[in-house]
Design a protein around this ligand. Sequence first.
Ligand code: UTP
Length: 300
Amino acid sequence: MKIKQAVIPVAGKGTRFLPATKEIPKEMIPIIDIPMIHYIVQEAIDSGIQQIIFVNSTNKESIENYFDRNYALEKFLEMNNKHKELELIQKIGTLVDIVSVRQKEQLGLGHAILTTERIIGKDNFAVLLGDDLIRGIQPCTGQLMKISETYGDNPVIGIMDVPKAEVSKYGIIDGTFVNGEKQTVIMKEMVEKPSPENTPTTWATPGRYILSGDIFEYLKKIKRGAGGEYQLTDAINMMCKSRSVYAHFFTGRRYDTGNIFGYFEATLNFALSDPRLKTYATELIKKLAKDLSSGKDHEV
Ligand code: UTP
């Protein structure tokens, strides 16, 4: 089954990024000069997705505007002979078909996905969380789509191994390998944020999913879970008890840009691979490292 739609929930409050997120959606905060959401949308497009469904809330209009045309700016750039910039912003305004739904109350990720039911219907679809940037040779969502096709168009959850001490930050899955490469797992259960003592495995789900239309039935059945929110994890856990659900160790480097540490790490790494900044960033890092190792205080 060819998957055409991707849901990107962006309705969260982004409290870990206050005060920036008082007025700017977290997803619009840039890594260098490209908003985080652009990377996520690009991953979906590179995977073959044709329509993006944003789950939105109040004060998030700038995300939709970013992917729309801005004729006033285009005219200004044209009149000032800024052709490169003009081409860049025209391209962003025509990248992909975008639809938005409102999540009127932020009752959790499971609730956010449920708001897209009338647009998705019964087809399989992808979910990408805007907090996680994943870079690699193959787009992460595309890798999961291929696994879904290989295993009977069943749902597939992207997973990665994490240190045991960190399992309480993630949805964790348990299951059995189905291929010799030990990359794909048939799921037995999924638990939200277990303690290190009670975790079934260290296989964490950082925010990439291929789901089937019947997920909505499970989302309607779940009760409020961890943090008092409707958790997607609880619906997937219920689903994998009654149908085949797979998990797959994707390849690529993942940055947890929902917190300032992951965001900082992503910014440094993206600078080091940006042709405009690579030399500058390398020299700067070397100089800072030298100053630090010689005990020199960092200048404010
Ligand atoms: P987070 O748990 O990171 O929440 O949500 P958040 O509000 O974005 O950030 P913090 O924790 O307050 O800093 C994971 C993803 O699910 C979306 C968020 O936008 C984010 O992409 N989400 C979460 C919703 O769309 N609706 C919700 O009710 C909750």
